[in-house]
Design a protein around this ligand. Structure first.
Ligand code: HEC
Length: 99
């Protein structure tokens, strides 16, 4: 599944990234800050991946390996996330939630 990669979409996604990083700043000081995979999805991934705004494809049911790789490495308009943003435990919960 892909995304219509018009420059406008990319610009919106990058704007979202800047906003996302700003909001992480306030909370990204320790691991264990996420209470569940759903919370990570709702507060981080859903920002782009929910049907509204629909900046990125639906990822519910995505393969665990794809999710791990995308989250750590990013891909095109999708930014990577570091340990300080989404720690390994939260990533595991997130992978579980998306299954
Ligand atoms: C700033 C916006 C943004 C955020 C936040 C974001 N993504 Fe993405 N993601 C994208 C975009 C855009 C793509 C499509 C990239 C491409 O293939 O060009 C994508 C693609 C993906 C894909 C591949 C889907 C497919 O069918 O090709 C997965 C898996 C994924 N993201 C997982 C996540 C997870 C998990 C999170 C939360 C930790 C997340 N993303 C947060 C923008 C975002």
């Amino acid at each position: 599944m892909g995304i219509k990669s018009t420059p406008r979409h990319v610009a919106i996604a990058l704007g979202g990234l800047a906003l996302a990083i700003t909001s992480f700043g306030a909370i990204a000081d320790s691991s264990g800050k996420w209470s569940s995979g759903k919370e990570v999805y709702d507060k981080v991934c859903g920002y782009c991946h929910e049907p509204n705004p629909g900046l990125a494809p639906n990822i519910k049911g995505a393969q665990p390996n794809d999710v791990r790789e995308r989250v750590r490495k990013g891909h095109r308009a999708m930014p990577p996330f570091r340990q300080t943003e989404i720690d390994d435990q939260a990533l595991a919960q997130l992978v579980d939630f998306l299954k």
